[in-house]
Design a protein around this ligand. Structure first.
Ligand code: THU
Length: 151
């Protein structure tokens, strides 16, 4: 993966937990299965108990059967039965040429899933996403989805 010096400097200025979860998302990218889009995405959850749960986008020849990195990580968390709340979610994406992507904010479906896990635990978690050498940090996944679907 290609990083600029300025990206590395930004990472080094983050808090230790933010660095940990962002670096874990980078590790997760290596398990991306994306032969169709060539768009590799890694996601990592840091839980209150210190555990890390990784996810990456998994594609399929029947295209809609694939799943985004964020939901892969979140559903892995949900189905694990681990009760420790989510503290942070980091997401990082790379283009075909292994350069960091220009755009890497979570898709609408992932936002809906991210929000529901936050509402379930009744406590916001930080969302860190990295694109084009920049790092964005939000204090709550709710900020990504105003007017979320609910009934
Ligand atoms: N993708 C993600 O992993 N997360 C998103 O939020 C949007 C898109 C994946 C799905 C697919 O494997 C590839 O990126 C191209 O859309």
């Amino acid at each position: 993966m290609k990083f600029t010096k300025s990206f590395e400097n930004q990472v080094n200025k983050l808090g230790s937990e933010e660095q940990l979860v962002l670096k874990a998302s980078l590790k997760a990218v290596s398990n991306s299965y994306s032969p169709y889009s060539h768009f590799k995405v890694g996601a990592a959850l840091l839980l209150d108990n210190g555990e890390l749960i990784l996810g990456s986008n998994q594609e399929n020849i029947a295209y809609p059967s694939g799943l985004c990195a964020e939901r892969t990580a979140l559903f892995s968390y949900g189905s694990s039965g681990i009760k420790s709340p989510i503290k942070m979610l980091a997401i990082i994406a790379f283009n075909k040429d292994k350069k960091q992507s220009d755009t890497c904010s979570p898709c609408g479906s992932c936002r809906q899933v991210m929000l529901e896990y936050e509402q379930l635990q009744k406590k916001p978690y930080k969302v860190i996403f990295s694109y084009n050498g920049k790092i964005e940090i939000l204090d709550s996944s709710a900020l990504l989805l105003p007017y979320a679907f609910h009934f």
